[in-house]
Each structure stands twice: as C-alpha cells, then as structure tokens.
Design a protein. Structure first.
Length: 143
C-alpha cells in the first residue's frame, strides 16, 4: 500500500516524465473508422525496430476511459481498436484528440502520441427549404 507522500512523489515523477518525454507523434483518423483501420506505423515513426517491441516491453497507455487504439507488436502498426464516435467523445469541442503514452524499457523511454479524430460530418444540419430569398431595400440603414 502506498503512503501519501510516496504516492505524491510517484505522481509527480509520472507527470514530469510525461512532460519530458522522448518524443511526440501526431496522427489523424476519421471518426467511425472500423476496428482494424490503419492509423500509422508507430514503431517506425518512433525509431524502434519491430523486433525489439516485445523484448523492450512496449506498452501503450490511453489517457481516457476506453482503449480506442492498439498496436500490433508483430508489425508495429497502430490501428483502431473500437469504433470512435467523435460527438460522443469530444462533445462540442472543435478539436478532438486522444492522448496516448508509449513506454519502452531497456533503456526507459517515454513517447507522447496524439491521435486527432476527424469529423466526417455525419450530423450535417437539415433545412426545411433548399433556398431562402432575402430582399433588403437599399434605403434601410439599420434594424
């Protein structure tokens, strides 16, 4: 069981490690992408050999509740693990980013990965009329 000061120290060290990570990657994927959809060659992009992923205990942690992404340790590819509904995940935010942390050991390194969820505009507005005609007289200056 962790004591309060020890737990606080570990939290501080984890936060510091997060801020001082060894690198950062940015990917983007369309919302509603199916399970198995390709996101990126994460091992190659991080400068890691695929053969060293398992021996170096490659781990990926999501900062959210759900694991939307997974890495195939045989080929180093990051793929969609479960369907992503942008509106559900990010509500009304203009940017929708899932933050991941990658950890490898021997030597210990941290990487920050951002995956931007692109909107496919599946909730486009619907208007009752295709066209509206608005007439404004030239002599009107204000309402």
């Amino acid at each position: 069981m962790l004591t309060w000061p020890k737990g606080l120290l570990q939290l501080f060290l984890l936060h510091t490690a997060w801020k001082m990570g060894s690198g950062q990657l940015h990917y983007s994927v369309l919302e509603e992408s199916q399970h198995g959809s390709f996101v990126g060659r994460i091992a190659q992009d991080l400068g890691l050999e695929v053969s060293e992923l398992v021996p170096r205990m490659f781990r990926m942690l999501s900062k959210g509740e759900k694991d939307y992404f997974e890495v195939n340790l045989q080929n180093g590819i990051l793929f969609v693990n479960s369907r992503i509904d942008r509106e559900e995940l990010c509500a009304r935010n203009t940017d929708c980013i899932v933050y991941l942390e990658v950890i490898v050991e021997k030597p210990l390194r941290f990487f920050h990965v951002e995956v931007e969820i692109k909107d496919i505009n599946d909730n486009a507005p619907i208007f009752s009329a295709r066209e509206q005609i608005l007439s404004i007289a030239e002599f009107i200056t204000s309402l």
